[in-house]
Design a protein around this ligand. Sequence first.
Ligand SMILES: Cc1cc2nc3c(=O)[nH]c(=O)nc-3n(C[C@H](O)[C@H](O)[C@H](O)COP(=O)(O)OP(=O)(O)OC[C@H]3O[C@@H](n4cnc5c(N)ncnc54)[C@H](O)[C@@H]3O)c2cc1C
Length: 497
Amino acid sequence: MPDVMDKRKDDVEILKKGVDVLIIGGGITGAGVFNMLSALGINAALIEANDFAFGTSSRSSKLIHGGLRYLANGQFSVVRDSVRERDFLIEKSGIVELKNFLIPLDEFSWSRSSLRFGLWIYSLFSRKIKARWYSREEIKNKYPFLENTPQKGGYVYAEGVVDDSRLVIQNIMSGKAHGNIALNYAELISLDFDVDGVKQARIRDKITGEEFDVKLRILVNSAGPWVGRVFQMMGKRYPDLDSLSSMLKLSKGDHIIVRRDLYPVDLALAIRSPLDKRQVFIIPRGDVVIIGTTETYYRGSLEKPLPSEEEIDYLIESVRRYVNIRKEDIINAYSGIRPLFGKGEDLGKISREYKIIKKDNIINVLGGKITTYRTVSKKISRIIMDSLGVKGNPEISFIYRRDPESVREELKRNYSLEDDEVKYAYDIIYENAFHLDDILWRREGYFIFSDDSGVNEIQGCIGAMKKVLGYGDDILNEEKRSYMDSIYFPMQSLKKD
Ligand SMILES: Cc1cc2nc3c(=O)[nH]c(=O)nc-3n(C[C@H](O)[C@H](O)[C@H](O)COP(=O)(O)OP(=O)(O)OC[C@H]3O[C@@H](n4cnc5c(N)ncnc54)[C@H](O)[C@@H]3O)c2cc1C
């Protein structure tokens, strides 16, 4: 079992020899492309400035869905593609589950006839998952908790739910299992050009502090909301990319998390807010219920987006008739940034369809959804295959399966681990975790899906980090402080230590 730091050093040395394709960004888009290219045997590498899935891909509503509301905007191709991808991921990924959703008919919902029409179109795209009408009486019998809510019956249909960051990790680890390199905490800081486009990338290793250059033939810019910053690195060479930046709009979406006992029903709700008729979801997951989302123009920090007071109030007010929560019931919250590309000021109306912009040997990708990551990855992979003269059928591979149990005894022996430290050691050794939130948010999901936001797991993680990574007490105390700070309490005075 190679030491984590030695393995990283070896990977950096291999990268320095150059790659055919360098992918910037370890969100779902970069992860999907990396997975597909690796399965094709193409020499590709992925670098991620923070942790894998640090950006929007760990901060979504975690739905693998057709997106009924897009029908209302006439975005039929988004819905068709999404429904098909949803069915594929439910069948193949092993980590997307079905969940029933109720769209209640109430005074703010779409009319029964438009819902019926929308769901009929849905069923044309997917014959597998059918919607069914439930009268108020039937809902009351099946879900007594909803008895006092204002619906007049509604349609129940199924969508996929996923742990979004786990899907990213799964794709990246599958790509690595094919022999390619993916480095988290490795940031693109500048680019060098020659007549054919980019020839070299300068990368900062945020774990060791080293800076190094990587020669490349093709660059994929899948930096999500940061895509514009990478445009700036190309600005001198491609001034038109800079002007395209004005069509890039950052929109923030917030979610609040409350305990499950406030909404003890295993049925998600897709309602429309009485405030502005936007769609808001109430989604029971694990020990908690996730409620979201908002949509506002965003100009703040991309690294630490947070909900504002008004946005929290908006969500509470929007769902009050179905789940009556107070600010102090909120146990955590998170925000994600959508990079939208399009004209017009109405964010809700800008297409969620992805856009690929190719310049010489650079492929930039903007927008999109987690649900359709395989479609985007295929498009990008085909462009790359044409350029490199590679034949084959690009496809996502699911060869990596997480399995801490298979190495439990070996890990315990090698690192003198306690039982409760084993899976965290696995996250570090096999899935490249370096920090507490890498483990508790993006590898294990406790930050979002547990009703203590992962606080009770901190000790086990600290033990594993000390024994495997050799971190001293100062670093571990700082890790703990920064994790506790990242848990969002709208009522700061109630914050626990
Ligand atoms: C609130 C919200 C809810 C959503 N809900 C859903 C949903 O339920 N279902 C769905 O299908 N879609 C949903 N989406 C859309 C979906 O989350 C995004 O389309 C998707 O996550 C975008 O992934 P990405 O890889 O393009 O970007 P990101 O996940 O943001 O990844 C980009 C990565 O690039 C890295 N990076 C940036 N600069 C550099 C650099 N210089 N060097 C190296 N790396 C760099 C960042 O650290 C980041 O990790 C939602 C979006 C939002 C905002």
